[in-house]
Structure formats: C-alpha cells, structure tokens
Design a protein around this ligand. Structure first.
Ligand code: F6R
Ligand code: MG
Ligand code: MG
Length: 386
C-alpha cells in the first residue's frame, strides 16, 4: 500500500511578535491530530515549528489532497488559532484566510507539501522548513542537491543517479508548469529558476524511473489573497539515499547561506541560516530567514525520528557566514538591493508617496528654462563626443 507524507503549515499567531510559535498552540493542534490518528485518518504525525510557522507532518494512506486529511489540518490550525486568540498572541489566525473549509486547504492560506510514495525497504527522508522567506528560496539548494556534481558527487559516481533528475518548474504568475531534464536542459533550467520569485521548483523526479524525489510547498499567499498577507514560508520534503542524494549531500546544499527574499516585513533580502530546532526563532530584524531540517525514516507510514539535522557544529561556519552577510546587508538600510524591488515587497507605501509627491515634480524644461531636459541634453552631448 502507498504511503502519503503530508506537511501542512500555517502561521496561526505567535509569541512576542512574528517570532515563535507558542507551545500551547502546538498542544492544541496535537490534540486534533491525535484524534485523527485514533480514528485511523492518520497513521502518524509529528508537530514542530520554525519561527512563527506551525508545521504539521502527517502520514496516511489516503493520497494527496485528501479532504479528510486536509480538514484535519484545517481543524488543527483553527483550534491552535483559538488558543492563540485566548493568549493574545500576535497575528492570531493570520494564515487562515477563509472562515470555512472547502475540500482541501489549498488557496485557504496554509502551505502544503505532499507526496504519495511506494515506500522503499528503508525510506529515509528530510523535511526542510523555512521562516521569513518564500518557496523560490529552495530553488538554489534543490538545484545543488539534484543537479550539481560539485555538491552531489553521486551524480557522477553513483550509476543509479548518473542519468540525473527532472524538475517540474511552476510559473507562479501564469499558473503554468514546465518539466526540464537535467543534465540535458541544465541551462534552460537555470535560466528559469534563477528568477525564483516567478519560477519555482515544485517537484523533482529521477530520470531513470520517474521516482518522485522531492516536493515543495508552493502557495504564494500574496497572489492567493489578491493582496499581500505574509510571506509563504516554504517547506520541502526530500527522499534520500540509494540512488537519491545522500543525507549529507542534501545537507551540503544548505552550507552556503544564499540570499533569499523575505526577512523584515517580507521586504528584504537576507541570508538563509540553517539552525537547530532550538534556534528556530525569528529574532534579529525578524530573522535572519531561518531553516530547520528534520530527518526521519518512514516505515509502514510510521515516522521514525526525527533527527535535528542542523543541530551540529558542522554548520557553525555557515551560521557565522550568515551573520556576517546579515551585517553587510543591514548596512544598506532602506536601500536596494537589501530592500526588495517594489513589486516584491510585502509592505509598501511607495505608490502613496509617489502620488503625494506627484504635484511637486517639475518638468526639467521648466526648471532649467530650456526646451530640452538636461538629462536628454547631457545624453546627446555625450553621444556626440563618442
Ligand atoms: C515578515 C514578518 C515580520 C512582520 C513585521 C511587522 O514576514 O512576519 O517581519 O512583517 O514584524 O509586522 P506588523 O506589521 O504585524 O507589525
Ligand atoms: Mg508571520
Ligand atoms: Mg513565518
């Protein structure tokens, strides 16, 4: 029988700002999942958090987008949000965009990463969960894991990986997806996923046998809600070993704290810092964007584990580098490229300011009593001197 791993996450309110999930809200969600397990809807579950995002890791035999499983997650978030309201936590119920549940949680606010798999004899997986960023943040590390031999030597030296992987890439603006094969179409792939705000890796399959190797939660809340209601802090599930990236190859992809959009007010680039579960709290400048990784084995749907993958001095230097990058980026203050481009900002008063100042803008020709703008003039003068 097939096993489905469903990771469904939402920000239902947090302690002392957009900072950390409160344990009482996790306990409320846990109660709902325990009931679902007792009723046989779920085989197993594990609840965790990264920053202000509550993460429900669930296993079952009901397939992807199952109404019962999604309703269970929705009810868990609702109960957790009630507790958040009772405690006066900040932004209680933030990601629950609808009052009523309708079949599955997609489009209602929570993020979803699900995969239905035929369990291998041993099924090691890693679940990576990030706060204060967006799904495209996984483009670079997933590319490194599944397509870059400098990260994953298995692509070169393991015959069972040597034919590479294919990447399903979603254009989040058009709602269309394209599948590109690596290594054959590597440059086309990079041309798209190098624009992570628009083109997001959604699924990865092994070329040899179409084995599903990874899925990413793709919910751009700003597009769903028609207005920005929070960065859609992403999750990815990665299957490991035996013809797939080794655990260490998957983790290696996160040693470089690359710049991702999000951080303070969802409007700044900052380094993605891999941290232990203990440090999965948004602090400095509401970040820096943080990533946790949990390792499990899945056996007949049971979740064995987890291991807290970044709770390890081997990642101290990555964290140190992330802090140095955080300092460097912060020194730009409100200037780009620390601040995001206007179309990607979660908060922006820019149109209001532009509107307010509009009457005060004067034509170049009026200011300098000439028919031609000095800018244009300078340009033509420059051209004639060439
Ligand atoms: C970013 C985030 C935080 C908030 C910031 C301001 O995704 O959650 O950085 O944007 O703390 O929050 P408000 O406007 O709620 O005071
Ligand atoms: Mg939040
Ligand atoms: Mg968050």
């Amino acid at each position: 029988m097939k096993t489905t791993i469903s990771v469904i996450k939402a920000d239902i309110g947090s302690l002392a700002g957009h900072h950390v999930v409160h344990p009482d809200t996790m306990a409320a969600a846990s109660k709902v999942l325990a009931e679902a397990k007792a009723q046989g809807v779920l085989i197993d579950y594990y609840i965790t958090h990264v920053g202000d995002d509550l993460q429900l890791i669930m296993t079952h035999n009901r397939g992807e987008l199952d109404p019962k499983v999604h309703e269970t997650a929705w009810n868990a978030f609702k109960k957790a949000a009630e507790v958040a309201r009772d405690l006066g936590l900040y932004a209680a119920g933030q990601d629950l965009l609808s009052d009523s549940f309708s079949g599955n949680v997609r489009g209602l606010g929570p993020g979803v990463a699900e995969m239905e798999i035929e369990e291998r004899v041993s099924e090691p997986i890693a679940i990576f969960m990030a706060d204060k960023t967006e799904p495209g943040a996984f483009n670079l590390p997933l590319y490194k894991m599944f397509a870059d031999p400098f990260n994953t030597p298995g692509l070169v030296i393991d015959p069972t990986m040597h034919n590479g992987f294919k990447f399903e890439v979603l254009d989040v603006y058009e709602g269309e997806a394209v599948t590109l094969t690596a290594p054959q179409e590597l440059y086309d792939l990079l041309a798209l996923i190098g624009t992570p705000a628009r083109y997001v890796i959604r699924r990865i399959y092994r070329n040899d046998d179409n084995l599903l190797a990874s899925v990413v939660a793709i919910e751009r809340l700003n597009l769903i809600a028609g207005k920005y209601v929070g960065k859609d802090d992403p999750v990815t599930i990665v299957r490991l070993q035996h013809g797939l990236p080794a655990l260490g190859e998957a983790l290696e992809a996160f040693t470089f704290p690359h710049l991702v959009p999000g951080w303070m007010r969802g409007s700044h680039y900052g380094p993605l810092m891999p941290v232990s579960q203990r440090d999965a709290r948004a602090t400095r400048f509401d970040g820096p964007p943080r990533l946790i990784g949990l390792g499990f084995n899945v056996k007949n749907g049971k979740l064995v584990g987890p291991s807290d993958l970044f709770d390890d001095p081997a990642f101290d230097e990555s964290r140190r580098l992330a802090s140095v990058i955080a300092d460097y980026m912060r020194r730009h203050g409100p200037f780009m490229p620390h601040r995001l481009e206007p179309t990607e900002m979660e908060y922006t008063t820019l149109p209001l300011i532009q509107e307010k100042l509009k009457p005060r803008f004067k034509k170049e020709s009026d200011m300098y009593k000439t028919k031609e703008s000095v800018y244009t003039k300078g340009k033509s003068a420059g051209e004639s001197q060439d």
